[in-house]
Write a new protein. Structure first.
Length: 250
């Protein structure tokens, strides 16, 4: 791969102030892209991520955006175009996750998960489509192993990600031939977060023991998969790539 395969191109990564989204934004910056990141509440973290991208020699912008809002999404895409003049890559990363027993999920909880995890990618992709078509661009959605395998304590999350996987494939057909659309579906990614019912270290050990590769995933593992879809053959479209170390095989 050439040193800067995305030089002269620009990207927007939703929910990229921290964690996996931040690493994706940095990976795109290292590949030479100018990167706009969106955030909702993490303004300080977003500013730091922008500085880190700029330190790579690329332009960067942090844009407040609620991906559930049509007006907010429209403003964010317009701000990206105003900053960079074009849009080549969209990474729909913004998402919410929670653990709730299926029979205890409230209608509000169900709608909150779907509004961000499924409606959000639809709104951002729809708003960005004309710009992406003009650039022969790429969309990469961030799905989940939970969209492929049922997790009893996360029914609304799993359903929202399964819907995103299907949305990826319908987008791939609808937006072709100008835009390729793919999905990265991570398994257990170590982020040091507390999961209800267990400590982070305990969960990490448990999942690593179940994973054929004998370790858990990292944010960089996810970012490198996104980079493959962003820089690889445009002929690859409609694919769901699990990044799980083989966890889904067990």
């Amino acid at each position: 791969m050439q040193a800067n395969p995305l030089h002269g191109k620009s990207a927007i990564v939703t929910g990229a102030a921290r964690r996996i989204g931040c690493e994706i934004a940095l990976a795109l910056g290292r590949a030479g892209a100018d990167v706009a990141i969106t955030y909702l509440n993490s303004c300080a973290e977003a500013s730091k991520t922008v500085r880190d991208i700029e330190a790579l020699g690329c332009r960067a912008a942090a844009i407040e955006c609620d991906v559930r809002s049509e007006a907010s999404v429209r403003q964010a895409v317009a701000a990206t175009i105003a900053s960079f003049g074009r849009l080549d890559i969209l990474v729909n990363n913004a998402a919410v996750f929670e653990s709730v027993a299926l029979e205890k999920i409230s209608l509000e909880q169900w709608d909150t998960i779907f509004d961000t995890n499924t409606r959000g990618p639809f709104l951002v992709a729809r708003e960005a489509l004309d710009h992406l078509r003009a650039a022969q661009g790429r969309i990469v959605n961030i799905g989940s192993l939970g969209g492929i395998h049922p997790w009893a304590g996360h029914a609304h999350y799993c359903a929202s990600k399964a819907a995103l996987h299907m949305l990826t494939q319908t987008m791939a057909k609808a937006f072709a031939p100008e835009v390729s659309v793919n999905c990265v579906a991570p398994g257990w990614i170590d982020l040091g977060l507390v999961e209800p019912g267990g400590e982070p270290e305990e969960n990490s050990r448990r999942f690593a023991a179940r994973t054929p590769m004998r370790r858990n995933g990292t944010a960089d593992d996810v970012a490198q998969a996104v980079l493959f879809f962003a820089t690889g053959p445009g002929f690859v479209t409609g694919q769901i790539l699990t990044v799980d170390g083989g966890l889904g095989l067990t």
